[in-house]
Design a protein around this ligand. Structure first.
Ligand SMILES: *Cc1c(COP(=O)(O)O)cnc(C)c1O
Length: 461
């Protein structure tokens, strides 16, 4: 067991960094300002950051910047560092692996770590059948490959995606992604044979009583009438949408779509890149309704921060691809595989599925109380989500009109107070909470205190 250098103030919490918010001096501090100036001369403008400070260290629920400020991390690098940004099990596994070899290329000289990750994914993903896995580097790459497999296996071309979907920024995945600005605008032409159908978005349904099954039928009718079931290779859906606004479809929506796909020989792909790995209080978001996808795409939380992605699915589908048809230079890099095995061990050992449910209980109780208190003329339209993937949709008082201005003001105020909070949503009006699952109740509560006061300020201002 390795021991790590601890800061003088490190507590008995088991973390290197003291788990406490603290902003000292100017914000952003002088070292961050200096880095921003260098950045402006060297990094392309299109690659932006949500936070104006530069990271020096991160541990547990804390990100420390180069000027010594400590922020409460309610974003986990977009749902990536669920086990923390320097989880000892990940750090140990990575250190051990880099001391031996950093790369051989699995397509040249294979190694055990890749196989061990594939075995873990077969065990953790739903479905009581033979499974196969291929590893890649990014979520977009996993999505691309899931679609490749579905097209080859079915001999069909069409792919169905949903309103508010986000599947990545490569050419095919831009086409699958719904939102134009900033992801798609002027980056076309896009890949052909992608069709978009309506999502189940309970808060914004015209008919508030529409059931999940009815919303699924609305999408299915569109597929059958406008595309033709027999031309559809795959349906791809985020079982709980991420960038689109943390949208939880009405109960029954996913099972009805999965059943239709099965009947019609269509591959049902669940994009769990954001919702996977304990995040929603289950290993995968599809588990909440017992839906078993044909292929699951995974990335973000899989490897404690190292770049790794995967597709896992029915052996008959994945094994239908000819030899050499799937791969890539870095896919399933041995260091990333070691990190994944460490992260998965931490998720199991620390019961992070259970921890995500505790976070849900703590956060939703507080936010629902605040929503009730602000009342009908409050800016909180809806509090929703699952596990530690929770959202507040902000509206103009007394209506459902999106309130992007309040959303921006609230996150900016939180940041000044030392809390990193992300936003999302087609209308830019959703605050999303994605804390590392290892965050302490105390730190989370302090972060919520700050968020609550920022929401009150926006309500009154
Ligand atoms: C982030 C995300 C992707 C893209 O992953 P990258 O690693 O950024 O390519 C795809 N699908 C979903 C649901 C995501 O949240």
């Amino acid at each position: 067991m390795t021991t790590y250098a601890t800061t003088p103030e490190a507590t008995t919490s088991g973390h290197r960094l003291e788990q406490k918010r603290s902003i000292i001096g100017d914000f952003p501090g002088p070292k961050s300002v200096a880095l921003a100036a260098r950045r402006a001369q060297s990094v392309a403008k299109g690659a932006v950051s949500g936070v104006p400070v530069y990271a020096a260290d991160a541990d547990g629920g804390i990100v420390r910047d180069v000027d010594g400020n400590s922020f409460i991390d309610l974003g986990a690098g977009i749902a990536v560092t669920s086990v923390g940004a320097s989880d000892p099990a990940v750090v140990d596994a990575v250190r051990e692996q880099v001391e031996h070899f950093t790369h051989t290329c699995f397509m040249v000289t294979p190694y055990e770590g890749y196989i061990a990750v594939a075995e873990q994914l077969a065990e953790l993903t739903p479905g009581d059948f033979d499974k196969r896995t291929v590893l890649f580097n990014s979520g977009a790459e996993a999505v691309e490959n899931a679609v490749k497999v579905a097209r080859l296996a079915t001999g069909r071309n069409a792919v169905v995606a949903f309103d508010h979907a986000y599947h990545g920024r490569t050419n095919l995945t831009m086409a699958l992604t719904a939102k134009s600005m900033p992801y798609k605008t002027n980056f076309g032409p896009f890949a052909p044979e992608i069709y978009r159908v309506p999502m189940s978005y309970p808060f914004r349904e015209e008919n508030p009583d529409i059931t999940g099954a009815e919303a699924a039928q609305r999408a299915i009718t569109m597929i059958e009438k406008q595309i033709g079931a027999e031309t559809v290779a795959a349906i791809i859906i985020e079982p709980m949408q991420g960038e689109g606004g943390f949208i939880v479809p009405a109960p029954g929506f996913l099972p009805a779509l999965a059943a239709w796909a099965k009947t019609n020989g269509v591959v049902f792909i669940a994009d769990e890149v954001q919702s996977g790995f304990c995040r929603t209080g289950e290993w995968f978001a599809v588990d909440h309704e017992g839906v078993v996808p044909d292929i699951i795409t995974m990335a973000k939380g899989i490897a404690g921060g190292l770049p790794l992605s995967a597709i896992t699915g029915r052996a008959d589908l994945l094994d239908s691809v000819h030899a050499g048809g799937l791969g890539g230079t870095y896919g399933g890099n041995p260091v990333a595989c070691a990190a994944a095995l460490g992260a998965i061990r931490t998720m199991k050992d620390q019961d992070l599925v259970g921890r995500a449910r505790n976070i849900e209980a703590l956060v939703t109780a507080r936010l629902s109380e605040l929503q009730a208190e602000l009342g009908e003329h409050g800016i909180i339209g809806e509090v929703r989500g699952r596990g530690a993937m929770l959202a507040i949709e902000l509206v103009q008082p007394g209506s459902k009109a999106p309130n992007a201005e309040a959303t921006k003001a609230i996150t900016a105020e939180c940041l000044r107070q030392g809390v990193i909070i992300l936003t999302c949503g087609t209308y830019g009006n959703v605050i999303r909470l994605l804390p590392p699952l290892v965050i302490s109740d105390d730190l989370l509560t302090d972060g919520l205190d700050v968020l609550e006061s920022a929401i009150r300020a926006a309500q009154n201002g």
